[in-house]
Ligand binder design. Structure first.
Ligand code: BGC
Length: 742
């Protein structure tokens, strides 16, 4: 291939294709959004399809806490894509829900990186049974306002532990075919040319050898991008091909470099083409399976007097515009032209044929004043005549989309006003909630039951009927905290409406980690969800290798219980947010039955960021491991010491406090350092001035505090030459030797 052709390879041929060079055997791959289904414009991939099954959004799927569910949905999506000639699905989108008002949160999984990484990883594995998956957006793309230019300032520990770690899990365990870089800057450099996240972490530390593509139109400097590890700019951009060519001709980007990158790119594209095979996709089978999955993922937040499932009811009133115009997906590139989705009311009427089902709007977008009042009074008349009132509430489509953030946590006021009016005439209220991002749930006091249904795609209506009837009981758990108000978010003080720079000042304290560390009131905690039945934890054994639990179901319903394991690292050298989710397991306990569950804790559960090596490392030291029902409700916990190979790192800046942690260190303090410490701290050499025990001065707390926080080097600097550099080196050698033998 000529230099010109090779340069041309680095940008796409269109919005969804890479370039083809037939004579050189370079095949074009076809890619399309995205995680919610196959986008309408894949005519480019040769099939001419415009409609697609709409798959449930990640905000709902994440509530499954179930890797098998994600794998199944990924499998159907991959099959659907492959059957249309798509080589690469542009999804999953796995950015963390740092900011609950981010317009694109419907596409994202959770506020927790372990849950996100594990579930999205299973989704990738499902897609990649037949088709390539592209995990996006790498990285720190946590809001939509100014997403194309925002400079996110994040310390490295937070970056690695919080924002990169879900990508790390997927890259290491599931080897996605592609990763898409995000639009924003991370610590001053665009994500697509970031020397830290892209070059060092993804390409070097994680050894990622898949295709790295830019988000659409995100490239700033093509040469810098390629040098950092980007393979492909999307969509087509001839001007960057020209720039690349000129850089090669001028020697700024030597031809050998171009050749090496071309070889990598072609190998990676070939790998994706290697998945091509003939498949058969059965849409009806997928739809039926999805309807069960959507019902199962939904979260039962409240169920007073066991009003759900609906039993023995004769007259069912259904209310709210969303019950007849279902909200099934979010806006932006993930939006698909969905095959006619059955609405909630139709599905309920079909399932409850033995009942009288009546619908009344109650409220609707754009209806105000007299019209709105009429809607309410008509609906109240229906409510007065109903045994139970099902109200479909949530966020209208216009309020949440890619490209902009939400302005408020609240659902529209007209919905709340209607709910309050309804409550006056009939207290048997069940709220079905349809929203992509978390909303303020303070209206729950007006309902006996609340089911958080999020955005369920084509099967939304069918799933509602399954939930209400109990055919498929909801078994989801919240993958994000339901907070009382936007001011409670830990990122709140650092978020401006239209910023150029955003400082991630809350660090590791994101979502429940923040609310727990402050013991803040929340409406429902992360991990929360009820069941129609009930499971009891009867025995729990905890070690650092595995957890063993006995679950007993005494109810009349099968229960899919979500066991959650949290770890609190107590011996870390920096402040941490307390308990962090590190493992979870969904377990079916049949009605009247019992199950023993064993959950292995692998090394992923005990990784923390290490400032000395600027990477994630195995933790050793004290840790509290707890089994919880949700982030707030502890079932059992145990304090353990996690063993580790970790060597201590001694140098001239090591604090005396560190020496106090080992017997050798204490001996050195007492026998070798005492007089110099007295000089450095008290200004005299009188070693008899104080006596020591266990490395500490007896009866001299001020001395002890000063000493603990003093680096070894200070003894050289403050002892008027009495403690020399040579003596310091001897001490260090001694410490290192005893550490190596100990
Ligand atoms: C979005 C990506 C998407 C791409 C292609 C971008 O605007 O951020 O998620 O895959 O467009 O449609």
């Amino acid at each position: 291939m000529s230099v010109a052709d090779r340069c041309a390879l680095f940008t796409g041929a269109s919005g969804s294709r890479t370039k083809e060079f037939e004579e050189s055997g370079v095949r074009s791959i076809c890619m399309t959004d995205g995680p919610n289904g196959i986008r309408g414009d894949v005519a480019d991939c040769g099939t001419g399809h415009t409609k697609s099954l709409c798959y449930p959004s990640a905000c709902l799927l994440a509530c499954s806490f179930d890797r098998d569910i994600l794998n199944t949905v990924g499998y159907y999506l991959g099959l659907d894509a492959r059957s249309r000639g798509v080589d690469l699905v542009l999804g999953p989108a796995i950015n963390l829900k740092r900011y609950p008002l981010c317009g694109r949160n419907f596409e994202y999984y959770s506020e927790d990186p372990c849950l996100t990484g594990e579930l999205a990883g299973a989704f990738v594995a499902g897609i990649q049974r037949t088709t390539g998956a592209c995990v996006k957006h790498f990285a720190v793309n946590n809001r939509e306002n100014k997403r194309m230019s925002l400079n996110c300032i994040v310390d490295r520990c937070t970056l690695q532990e919080t924002y990169l770690s879900s990508f790390a899990r997927i890259v290491k365990k599931y080897r996605p075919d592609a990763i898409m870089t995000s639009y924003n800057k991370i610590n001053g450099e665009y994500a697509g040319e970031n020397r830290y996240s892209l070059k060092k972490v993804l390409r070097r530390d994680w050894q990622y050898d898949g295709l790295v593509i830019s988000d659409w139109g995100a490239v700033n400097n093509i040469v810098d991008s390629i040098r950092c590890g980007l393979d492909l700019e999307m969509p087509v951009n001839d001007s960057n091909t020209e720039i690349l060519k000129k850089s090669v001709y001028s020697g700024e980007f030597p031809e050998e470099e171009l050749n090496a990158h071309t070889a990598d790119l072609l190998r990676r594209l070939d790998g994706i083409c290697g998945r091509r095979k003939d498949v058969r996709f059965d849409q009806e089978e997928a739809y039926n399976k999805l309807a069960d999955i959507v019902a199962e993922c939904s979260v039962l937040l409240k169920n007073e007097g066991k009003i759900l499932p609906l039993k023995g009811k004769k007259r069912i009133g259904v209310f709210g515009e969303l019950a007849i115009k279902p909200r099934i997906q979010g806006g932006g590139c993930a939006n698909v032209q969905a095959y006619g989705a059955e609405d909630v009311f139709t599905a309920v009427r079909l399932r409850f044929q033995h009942c009288e089902c009546e619908f009344s709007l109650g409220f609707a977008e754009g209806k105000n004043g007299k019209q709105a009042e009429k809607l309410v009074s008509d609906a109240l008349a229906v409510a007065q005549n109903s045994d139970v009132c099902i109200v479909a509430m949530g966020l209208p489509e216009s309020l949440e989309s890619e490209g902009y953030d939400r302005k408020s946590l609240k659902v529209p006021g007209r919905q709340i006003r209607f709910l309050k009016a309804l409550y006056q005439v009939n207290k048997n209220i069940v709220v079905m909630l349809y929203n992509g991002g978390m909303v303020c749930l303070d209206f729950e006091k007006y309902a006996k039951a609340v089911v958080e249904c999020y955005l369920g795609g084509s099967a939304t209506g069918a799933a509602a009927a399954k939930i209400l009837s109990g055919d498929v009981p909801p078994a989801g758990r919240l993958a994000e905290t339901a907070v009382r108000k936007a001011e409670d978010f830990s990122c709140c003080p650092y978020v401006a409406e239209n910023p150029d720079v955003e400082i991630y000042g809350e660090g590791l304290f994101v979502g429940y980690k923040f609310y727990n560390s402050r013991n803040m009131k929340v409406i429902y905690p992360f991990g929360y969800g009820l069941h129609y039945g009930e499971v009891k934890y009867s025995e729990v054994e905890i070690t650092d290798k595995k957890i063993r639990i006995h679950l007993v179901n005494t109810s009349d319903y099968d229960v899919k219980e979500t066991v959650q394991i949290y770890v609190n690292f107590l011996d870390c050298s920096y402040a941490r947010p307390g308990a962090e989710l590190k493992e979870f397991r969904k377990v079916l306990v049949p009605k009247g039955g019992e199950r023993y569950v064993e959950i292995a804790l692998n090394s992923d559960c005990f990784e923390v960021y290490d400032y000395n090596t600027d990477s994630m490392t195995d933790y050793s030291g004290k840790a509290e491991i707890s089994v919880r029902k949700n982030a707030r409700e502890i079932i059992a916990s145990r304090l353990l010491t996690i063993p580790g190979e970790k060597r201590k790192h001694y140098d001239r800046n090591t604090l005396i406090g560190e020496l106090l942690k080992t017997p050798e260190g204490i001996e050195i303090i007492e026998n070798k350092l005492k007089q110099y410490l007295i000089k450095a701290i008290l200004g005299n050499f009188n070693a008899d001035y104080l006596s020591m025990k266990n490395g500490r001065a007896i009866g001299h707390e001020r001395f002890n505090s000063m000493m603990e926080n003093m680096p070894l080097r200070a003894l050289v600097n403050l002892s008027s030459g009495a403690f020399s550099n040579e003596m310091l080196n001897e001490v260090l050698e001694h410490l290192r030797e005893s550490d190596a033998h100990g």
